[in-house]
Design a protein around this ligand. Structure first.
Ligand code: UDX
Ligand code: UDX
Length: 427
């Protein structure tokens, strides 16, 4: 059992805190936002992540998990510090490391005895080396600290599954000294534990997300070609995915990748590469394809609805993917903004989020959201949309267009109910 302080009670920090407490460690999770900590201390969680609230409650009750907004005390009193603050994108694509800097300064100002400082936040190659150097520049003896890079690979929406069944655990270190402690941190099961340099670990994280993004853009480009030849893309994806060298995952075509990681990490990696004069033409194309997916789907809709002006269009699903409340870089939001710009009268429904945007009407009821609509767009593949009563949908709508922007519906069922089914790479 170890005493651990996790800084940042966001998606990554909270999930990690709950899992480490479940493994039997004594975990303190701190955050500068007092309102978040107050909520957590009342047994409520500030984000939507299936199963997380129960797991947090259980570990608070058994005394393994605590919350505080006194970041300084938390850092001072624990030997192991895990940093899980955000690293949001700047306008030029680089990562804003301001929050990381703040945490590091607190460690500098409070350090008295040996500490292992573990960066879980996604940071550009070279950041953890820089952190190490900052400690030295502050005159802190090398005997007093070890910096570790320990990127997180969990996916929102299934974060608990991912953290309890990791496919790998990655630690970047400068020396062998922290390795014995690190080996006792997680329960890796059968997952390989990879030890590398600080920058090696940072690169593993960026390369992983860049590869996943590449797979998705590849899927989307392939779906465009399938569309032109009237081929069912899902058959092609199945055929592709059965080759173990390719793999089935991340071949779903649709509105493209969003969220707080894939778009941001891709751009940050490109920025890091270009700083060193490394050409990124593959990654440029991956981003470019992703940036044109919304336009592609709107063109598809145009084939049946030539002018959006004054048309009532309903969008189901506003989050960047199902089973999360996260709207960061959601392709659905980009789609909604474009529809509004083109003069459409936009109505939305999402199982978790009541969207607050000017010029749109957000509904709490799925059926009401489609009343008198000319078209319905599925922008996020929430399970409940797949099982909709399409006869009821047809009777409520004034038009009959269903644009499946996540390739998640059964086209035949839609058509049987007198509706027009539109998708890219769907027959
Ligand atoms: C994480 C990673 O840390 C990020 O680098 C990665 O790319 C995505 O996943 P996430 O958990 O999604 O970020 O961030 P967020 O939900 O915004 O949570 C960060 C938390 O840190 C917030 O609650 C914020 O209040 C807190 N914070 C921020 C601090 O406690 N101290 C600070 O100085 C800054
Ligand atoms: C991602 C990585 O998967 C995870 O390992 C890392 O730790 C954080 O970033 P996350 O952002 O939670 O996780 O979501 P993910 O499931 O990767 O989906 C990202 C986006 O890609 C979503 O918008 C999703 O809709 C889209 N996507 C995913 C596709 O368009 N097609 C696919 O086949 C898979």
């Amino acid at each position: 059992m170890m005493n651990i302080c996790i800084v940042g009670a966001g998606y990554v920090g909270l999930t990690t805190a709950a899992a480490l407490a479940e493994f039997g460690h004594d975990v303190l999770c701190v955050d500068i936002e007092q309102s978040k900590i107050d909520m957590l201390n009342q047994g409520l969680i500030p984000i939507y992540e299936p199963g997380l609230e129960e797991l947090i409650r259980k570990n608070v009750q058994n005394g393994n998990l605590h919350f505080s907004f006194d970041v300084k005390e938390g850092i001072k009193n624990n030997q192991i510090i895990q940093i899980a603050v955000g690293t949001p994108p700047k306008k030029d694509g680089s990562s804003d490391l301001g929050y990381i800097h703040n945490v590091i300064e607190v460690v500098h100002s409070t350090i008295q005895d040996y500490k292992i400082v573990i960066t879980k936040s996604t940071v550009p190659p070279g950041t953890n080396e820089w952190i190490h150097q900052r400690f030295l520049d502050e005159g802190i003896d090398e005997k007093l600290f070890d910096i570790v890079s320990n990127p997180e690979f969990l996916r929102e929406g299934i974060a608990l599954w991912d953290i309890f069944h990791p496919n790998k655990i990655v630690f970047g270190t400068r020396t062998k000294r922290p390795i014995k402690v690190l080996k006792k941190l997680y329960q890796s099961g059968r997952a390989p534990v990879i030890f590398t340099s600080l920058t090696g670990a940072e690169m593993i994280k960026y390369a992983s997300n860049a590869f996943l993004a590449t797979k998705i853009s590849f899927a989307n480009e392939t779906a465009r070609i399938c569309d032109a030849y009237n081929v069912e893309y899902s058959d092609v994806a199945l055929g592709l995915g059965t080759d173990p060298r390719i793999g089935r995952d991340f071949l779903k075509a649709g509105l493209g990748f969003g969220g707080s990681c894939l778009p941001k990490d891709l751009r940050s990696l490109m920025y890091s590469a270009q700083r060193k004069n490394v050409d990124t033409r593959l990654l440029d194309a991956v981003l470019e394809i992703n940036n044109t997916q919304v336009e592609l789907y709107l063109k598809k809709l145009n084939t049946h609805l030539p002018d959006f002006k004054g048309k009532r269009i309903t969008v189901w699903g506003v989050t960047f993917k199902p089973n999360t409340d996260d709207l960061r870089f959601s392709p659905a939001i980009a789609l909604i903004s474009e529809l509004v710009n083109k003069g459409a009268n936009v109505h939305t429904y999402d199982p978790i989020v009541q969207l607050q945007l000017p010029a749109i009407c957000s509904h709490a009821n799925q059926n009401e959201s489609i009343t008198n609509s000319d078209a319905l767009i599925i922008a996020t593949e929430w399970e409940q949309f797949l099982n909709s009563n399409w006869a009821e949908v047809k009777s409520r709508m004034s038009g009959s267009i269903i644009l499946d922007a996540r390739n998640c519906l059964d086209a035949e069922t839609i058509r049987k109910n007198g509706l027009i089914y539109l998708g890219v790479g769907r027959r």
